[in-house]
Design a protein around this ligand. Structure first.
Ligand SMILES: *Cc1c(COP(=O)(O)O)cnc(C)c1O
Length: 452
């Protein structure tokens, strides 16, 4: 017998432990199906998906092309291991990823989640220095940025610096060299937008000059630090970091889990500053947001340090049961086909411009401190005092209140603290974009008119 609606809601509150959710306060929102950018709940109520089902949906839900590719793969094999074995779909995907990635990234390691892709990159970077032809065994540390987010496993949390998510686990983490977040809204005293890149790069240069002998890699989210609240890096920063890493013989790990697959306007964010990292992490949009899959791409230089006879013990001793899963690979290949067939990237500029127009208007609101955007990735930061850039106390949950109001207007949004995130599927129409931003604006007005 089918469970009743009440049973579903009851079990959703008790049996399911939801991610990043205070279960004592959780109010079930149960989505039964979706089409394009629209989600439908149990009552058939339509909700526009303003955050791409948490930053991963690319071409819309139930895209016929991707659905068909998964069904087709399902009739062959759902899963085979990548430990010493392969299948045509996963092989083809690796080849396609190498073709579209920045030149020089020539080898693909598959895992299941973004966090795992970052863990793999850390272990590869560490092991590379231990066993390359000219080993540098003291290079064991990592440089990470303030407000970084790279996932929720212990290695990626060690890189991370989102106070509320990460402070609790401090005793479990390894130390990193931490530099201030290279963001553009709350600049240090005396620094302007024009001098910001040079300022942050100066800090990186000082650190690398002093400690490069012990540093394996610098880890960055290119162009935009997503979970930091869509913090934008000043132009030139990413290219500068890449240059400094080269100069000081330190690897560069680019975490494109959030920025990859068209999100910032180009297929990968690194392209915008002609940066080729040594290791690049992909996830979220890789399968169009359909299935769990991530990938770590490596340069040939890094990869070759792992080659040798079995007895040399240079093997990368790391793997995940479902790494390279063929169903996910089929979804990923179809996602890349749709990029070509629907000219997804060529059609982005007008959507990016329309989003920009809405943000410019919303930025005028007295409690909007900043409305920032890179491609179809945007954050509207609510502040209690605009001139002082004073954040609302996090306990007031202004961002969440704005999103709750938007939900009443038929738009699903999920904030990052005081930042209302706008991150629709790349397939969003201009009309849908208008609806999302009008609902967000109404939510923001309502949530900031109220006292504490
Ligand atoms: C979401 C995210 C991750 C983690 O990916 P999961 O699939 O949730 O493990 C890692 N890095 C960045 C930049 C992300 O935005």
């Amino acid at each position: 017998m089918q469970p009743t609606r009440q049973q579903l809601e009851q079990w959703d509150r008790t049996a399911v432990w939801h991610a990043f959710t205070q279960m004592a306060e959780y109010a079930p929102l149960i989505i039964e199906r979706a089409s394009g950018a629209t989600l439908y709940d149990l009552d058939g109520r339509a909700l526009l998906d303003g955050v791409s089902s948490l930053w991963c949906n690319v071409h819309g839900h139930c895209h016929p092309r991707i659905d068909a590719a998964i069904r087709d793969q399902l009739s062959r094999i759902a899963h085979c291991t990548s430990l010493g074995m392969s299948n045509p779909t996963t092989i083809r995907l690796a080849k396609r990823l190498i073709e579209i990635a920045p030149p020089g990234l020539e080898h693909v390691f598959f895992a299941g989640d973004g966090a795992a892709a970052v863990e793999v990159a850390l272990k590869i970077a560490f092991q590379y220095w231990q066993q390359r032809a000219d080993p540098r065994p003291a290079k064991t540390k990592f440089v990470a940025l303030g407000a970084a987010y790279h996932g929720d496993t212990i290695g990626s949390v060690s890189l991370g610096d989102i106070g509320q998510f990460h402070a609790m686990f401090q005793p479990l983490l390894f130390d990193v060299f931490r530099l201030p977040s290279p963001e553009s809204y709350r600049l240090p005293p005396g620094v302007t937008l024009a001098t910001a890149a040079a300022h942050y790069l100066g800090q990186m240069e000082t650190l690398l000059a002093q400690h490069h002998d012990e540093i394996a890699a610098v880890v960055v989210e290119p162009l935009v630090q997503g979970a930091a609240g869509m913090a934008l890096q000043p132009p030139g920063y990413l290219a500068g970091v890449c240059e400094l890493a080269r100069q000081h013989d330190v690897l560069l790990i680019a975490d494109e889990v959030a920025t990859g697959f068209g999100r910032t306007g180009t297929m990968f964010a690194c392209e915008q500053e002609q940066v080729v990292p040594d290791l690049m992490c992909l996830g979220k949009g890789l399968t169009g947001g359909y299935l769990a899959m991530s990938a770590t791409l490596a340069s040939d230089e890094v990869y070759r340090a792992f080659l040798g006879s079995y007895a040399d013990a240079k093997t990368l001793y790391h793997g995940h049961t479902f790494g390279g899963n063929p169903l996910a690979a089929a979804a990923a290949l179809a996602t890349l086909d749709v990029f070509e067939e629907e000219q997804t990237l060529a059609r982005l500029p007008e959507k990016i411009a329309r989003l920009g127009e809405h943000l410019a208007r919303i930025a005028q609101h007295p409690h909007v401190g900043d409305a920032r955007q890179r491609g179809l990735m945007a954050g509207i930061e609510l502040v209690s005092d605009r001139t002082k850039r004073e954040p609302y106390p996090w306990t007031e949950r202004r961002g969440m209140r704005a999103c709750q109001r938007a939900l009443d207007r038929g738009v699903f949004l999920r904030p990052l603290g005081n930042v209302v995130v706008i991150m629709p599927p790349l397939s969003i129409t201009l009309d849908e974009l208008d609806q999302i931003l009008l609902a967000a604006e109404e939510g923001i007005v309502t949530a900031t008119e109220l006292n504490g």
